[in-house]
Each structure stands twice: as C-alpha cells, then as structure tokens.
Design a binder for this molecule. Structure first.
Ligand code: SF4
Length: 336
C-alpha cells in the first residue's frame, strides 16, 4: 500500500484525479477501479507492489509490431481496472479488488528492474494484463528506475487517464499500446462504463509528444462492427495521428458477460481492406490468417518482416529499420 498521487481531501471524503471518473470516495470505500481506497481520509493505492501476473512475452503480444520487433519484454500486471467492459478478456484480474486476491506476489520496484535485467535478451518492462493506470504509483516508480538502467518501457492501456498524470509519466515511458474499443460514446457508456472522448485526448497527447503508439480495435459482432463507424475511426486516426499509425484489428471471442458469437473472418477481412485504403500499417490479431501478419514496405511493397504466430523474422530491413530494397524508413525503433 502507498499513499496515492493526484487526489484532494474533502472533509473526510477524497477526490481522485487520476482518471476521468474523478471518483469522490467516502471513508473506508474504494473508487470505481476497486484498488484505490479512502483510508481514514487518505487515498491509498492498495495494489502498490502487488503483482498478479508476470512473464517474458514477445513484444508482438502487447501488441506492438513496430517497436523492436522480435524482442522479448518482461511483462507485469496486477488487479483492478477503471473500465468495466462486458467483454473483458482478463476479467478475473481486472474486475477484482485486493480482497479477492489475498496471495499476490509482492516486489519492490528494484526487484522488478532486477528481474527484467536477469535475461540478457530482454528489451525492458511492459505494464500490461490489467489496466496499469490504476497501478500508477508503482508503474511510475518502476519506470523511473528502468530508464536509469536503459531498459525500454511499454504501457498497454485503455487510454482512460487524465492528462496531468499522463504527462508526468511520459518522460519515463517509451511506447504505448492503446485500446480504442469503439468509435461511439454510446458503446463506451453501455459496454465499458466510461467515455470515448478522454481516450481520444490521450491518443492526441501521445502523438503530440512523439511517443511510439499503436492502436488496437477489438471488433465485436453486431456491437462495434459497422462499416460506417469503422470508417469514421480510420479517418480520425489518419487526421490526428497520421497514415503511418499502426492499427491492429483484433478478433473478439465470447468472454465474461458478452455472449455474441465470435467475429467472423469475413467481417475482419472487410474491415482490414477498409483500413488499408488509408493506413499504411494494418494488422489482424487473434486470428490464424496469412493476411494481416507480415510487414511490407509502404514505398516498394517488399516484405520486410515475416510473422508466424509470435515467431518474428526481420528479412528486409537494415539495423536502422530502412527497407533493404528501396531505403525507405519502415520501423524507426528496429534494433538495439
Ligand atoms: S483511478 Fe480509480 S479511484 Fe481514481 S478516479 Fe479512476 S476509477 Fe476512480
């Protein structure tokens, strides 16, 4: 446990400013994320040092396809989330508080950095599995140490964070994988208990600060899969973050409270074709498919990276990430 940042005391209650919910919390109660508690008039981060899952994962699993492709990254997660998605793929940890998980592993930030350094082929540390925003203080302390050790840092996030805490974190975070779950406020309200607008603001802020960002859009059958909505999202991405923005279109499977059937491959292929009309780098996730896996040079169309599952082979790039055939820069964060 640690006293939280970004809150104010309000006569026994506290108001948290970490994410746009801005919960006002009574003494003894928790915020919507279930892991920030008013303890005798102080806001406490209950999951500080509390680790639920950790693993050395392929960076492609985050998913990040244009950030040191083929590398391994030490990935850690805890419990809690500030969204309550009916289709959550990790609901057992994201929709839990500390009381449901009495046996979490406790590690100091230095322990985590040492674990990350224990494998010489490891790129750095990814904050993932549950929403790292609700683990802010611990993530911040680890990221600060990680940068001192020249480790790369990655945040896999729903983007529902206020700008002030995000800006404070930016110097210590290299790359962001952001879930853009849909492109309507109605979807966000009905299926996530949150709002779309702050997520779009996060993506804009990351772009303004030249952070590496890749966007993932999970397509759910008859829920956020309309061509009109999808085209609107692609247009917004092109206008706000540019045609080189990496977009991962991900296949949904029934999970948690959502029982719609899995997204059809026809639908995914249709949306993939639409995205490719305007974006240079579009990928398909959660699907066994020949298309939408490999990376091609946007200028000469040579295949530069080949992927089979999480096996990644760089076949057409030099160490700086330029296409071997035409010298076009394809991946600026390519090799260490
Ligand atoms: S981080 Fe948690 S407590 Fe703070 S505003 Fe968001 S949901 Fe509420």
């Amino acid at each position: 446990m640690k006293e939280a940042s970004f809150y104010e005391k309000l006569d026994g209650q506290v108001k948290c400013y970490l994410c746009p919910h801005e919960c006002i919390i009574q003494d003894g109660k928790r915020g919507s994320c279930r892991v920030r508690k008013n303890f005798e008039g102080k806001l406490i981060s209950e999951n500080y040092r509390q680790i639920c899952s950790y693993n050395f994962d392929p960076i492609e699993k985050k998913p990040l396809y244009h950030f040191f492709p083929g590398k391994t990254i030490f990935s850690i997660g805890s419990i809690g989330c500030n969204l309550h998605c009916s289709f959550c793929q990790n609901w057992e940890i994201s929709q839990s508080g500390i009381d449901n998980h009495p046996y979490l592993r406790s590690n100091s930030p230095a322990d985590i950095v040492n674990l990350a350094k224990s494998r010489s082929d490891n790129l750095g540390i990814a904050f993932t599995y549950n929403e790292p925003t609700v683990w802010y203080e611990y993530m911040f302390d680890i990221a600060l140490l990680a940068k001192q050790e020249q480790l790369k840092t990655v945040m896999v996030t729903n983007g529902f964070i206020n700008s002030k805490p995000l800006e404070k974190l930016l110097p210590y975070m290299d790359a962001f994988s952001v879930d853009l779950k849909a492109f309507t406020e109605q979807f966000y309200k009905q299926h996530t208990s949150s709002k779309l607008a702050p997520v779009l603001e996060t993506i804009k802020l990351l772009t303004k600060h030249n952070k590496h960002i890749e966007i993932t859009n999970l397509i759910i059958t008859e829920t956020n899969d309309s061509e009109k909505e999808f085209r609107g999202m692609v247009d917004w991405i092109v206008n706000e973050t540019g045609e080189d923005t990496v977009l991962h279109i991900s296949r949904y499977f029934p999970m948690y409270k959502m029982s719609k059937e899995a997204t059809s491959t026809e639908k995914l292929n249709q949306l993939y074709a639409i995205a490719k009309e305007k974006l240079n780098y579009v990928y398909l996730g959660n699907i066994r498919s020949g298309e939408g896996q490999d990376t091609f040079c946007e200028k000469c169309n040579s295949k530069v990276i080949e992927r089979t599952g999480y096996q990644t082979q760089i076949i057409g790039l030099d160490k700086a990430g330029n296409c071997l055939k035409c010298k076009q820069l394809v991946i600026s964060n390519c090799c260490l």
